[in-house]
Structure formats: structure tokens, C-alpha cells
Design a protein around this ligand. Structure first.
Ligand SMILES: O=C(O)CCC(=O)C(=O)O
Length: 255
């Protein structure tokens, strides 16, 4: 992940203690327009299973639903894909070697407002269910993606002050070709915002910002041209917000 621009360009950073806690006329029936999608999500109750003793596992991917964003970009969503999200959250909190990073910004060096860990291709992931998740996603998207997911990036948002600024995963192959980035979220729900990438000469694309709440155990996949033609962000929030961990699966050479 080329995190330098994205963490520092969006909103003010804060110091944390390092250890602190489009639619087509003949759209297939499983693909919804943004309008349909917004209606469905406003009635969706986030699964807040904190305190449950469910086994860590995965539900089938068959119920995943696609929303076409436009410009060749789309998102797939499956709320509550992961079971036992409480236990996985607790495990990741302690088992992952979280790293605090700093980045130069203008004349200063600032803290990156979230903790990070990266598992390159071939590295053992911090819980077997993440290996299962990556393999299930690689199988599900094999025909469309044409290659497996290989790497995993983990981000730990300690509270509402942690964030990631507007960006696309355009370093490497994500900048020139279609790809997919799959996100599994555990912990406190946070909003993931998506908007069309502003045109080079200024001015934003036509579509409005899409706000997707990512809750405990939810799966969101950004696909098609999403990393090139749209941007995404997890904004800071002033309301009391607990911790969240995001696991992102990417393909070889995408960051
Ligand atoms: O927190 C998330 O789920 C999004 C993370 C992200 O966009 C990134 O790290 O590039």
C-alpha cells in the first residue's frame, strides 16, 4: 500500500500512543443500481455481535450482491460473511505485529492515523480463517479476475480519529488495469466512502458519493475499474467510536 499520500492528505492527523488500543439496460437480476442499493442498505441492520461466542468461520459467498457504480467500477457486498467476528477481532489485535508509521507532510513528520501490517505473497496469515477467506474469494472470482488474491494488508483503526484519506489502490498494476480489492471488516462499523475520481483538469465526475457502512464480519469487494476511476476513504468521525480492523486482499503487484 502506498500509504504516504492517503493518510496525510485528507484530514488532520493525531498522535496515538503506539500501543493504544451504473446501471445497464439489461442488468442481470443480481446487480442493483445505486438507488436500489441505497434503499436496501438503509434497512440493513448491521450485525453487532460483540459478546457472542460464535465459532470463527465463513458463510457461503452465494448471497453476495453487486452494485454498479459507473465508469466500469462496481462493488460487491456481503454483510456478515464472517462468523465469530468477535473472536477474530480479539485474536488479530494481539497476534498481528501492528506497526505505527510516520510520513513527511510539508515541513513536518506526522503519525499515520492507523496502525498497519502487511502480509506479502507466501506469508502465513495471522489466522487460518483469513487463508480460507482468501482462497474462497480467489475461487469465487476466478473467471472474472483471472488470477488469485495473493497479499493481505491489515489496518487497525483505534478510534474515530483514525482514518484513511481519499485514494485508489493505483500503485503498480491497479493504476493501469482492472483489478479487485476485497475487504473483510471486524470491530466497530465505519463508513467507507466511494466517489468518482476527479477529472485531471479539475471537477468531479457526475455520480454522488456512495457511503457504505462496513460492520462486524462484513465483506466488500471493489472491482472493475474502481481503483482507477473511483476513490475511496474511511473518514474520521467525532462520535464515540470503538476499534476496527480491516483486512484487504489484493492481487500480485497491486497496492
Ligand atoms: O479500512 C478499509 O477498509 C479501507 C482501507 C484502504 O482503503 C487501504 O488501506 O488502502
Amino acid at each position: 500500500m502506498g500509504v504516504s499520500r492517503r493518510e496525510v492528505s485528507g484530514s488532520p492527523v493525531h498522535a496515538h500512543p503506539p500501543s493504544g488500543r451504473a446501471a445497464t439496460r439489461h442488468r442481470p437480476s443480481h446487480i442493483r443500481s445505486i438507488r436500489e442499493y441505497a434503499g436496501a442498505m438503509s434497512t440493513h441492520l448491521q450485525s453487532t455481535l460483540f459478546g457472542s461466542t460464535e465459532e470463527i468461520g465463513l458463510r457461503p459467498l452465494t448471497a453476495i450482491r453487486r452494485t454498479v457504480l459507473g465508469e466500469g467500477a462496481w462493488i460487491d457486498l456481503l454483510p456478515g460473511w464472517l462468523t465469530g467476528a468477535d473472536a477474530l477481532f480479539d485474536h488479530l489485535l494481539t497476534a498481528v505485529p501492528w506497526r505505527a508509521e510516520q510520513r513527511p507532510m510539508y515541513e513536518r513528520v506526522v503519525d499515520v492515523p492507523r496502525l498497519l501490517a502487511h502480509y506479502p505473497r507466501g506469508a502465513e496469515l495471522p489466522h487460518p480463517v483469513l487463508e480460507q477467506a482468501r482462497s474462497a474469494l480467489s475461487g469465487h472470482y476466478a473467471a472474472e479476475l483471472g488470477e488469485p488474491f495473493t497479499t493481505a494488508g491489515l489496518c487497525y483503526y483505534r478510534d474515530g480519529r483514525d482514518s484513511v484519506a481519499w485514494h485508489g489502490d493505483r500503485n503498480g498494476r491497479g493504476g493501469t488495469g482492472d483489478t479487485m480489492v476485497a475487504i473483510v471488516s471486524v470491530g466497530e462499523p465505519r463508513s467507507l466512502l466511494l466517489r468518482p475520481r476527479p477529472a485531471p483538469g479539475g471537477g468531479a465526475g457526475g455520480a454522488a458519493t456512495v457511503r457504505q457502512s462496513l460492520g462486524h464480519g462484513d465483506l466488500l469487494v471493489m472491482g472493475g475499474s474502481c481503483q482507477r476511476t473511483w476513490e475511496h476513504a474511511v473518514p474520521k468521525t467525532a462520535r464515540p467510536t470503538g476499534p476496527r480492523i480491516s483486512v484487504q486482499f489484493r492481487c500480485r503487484g497491486v497496492s
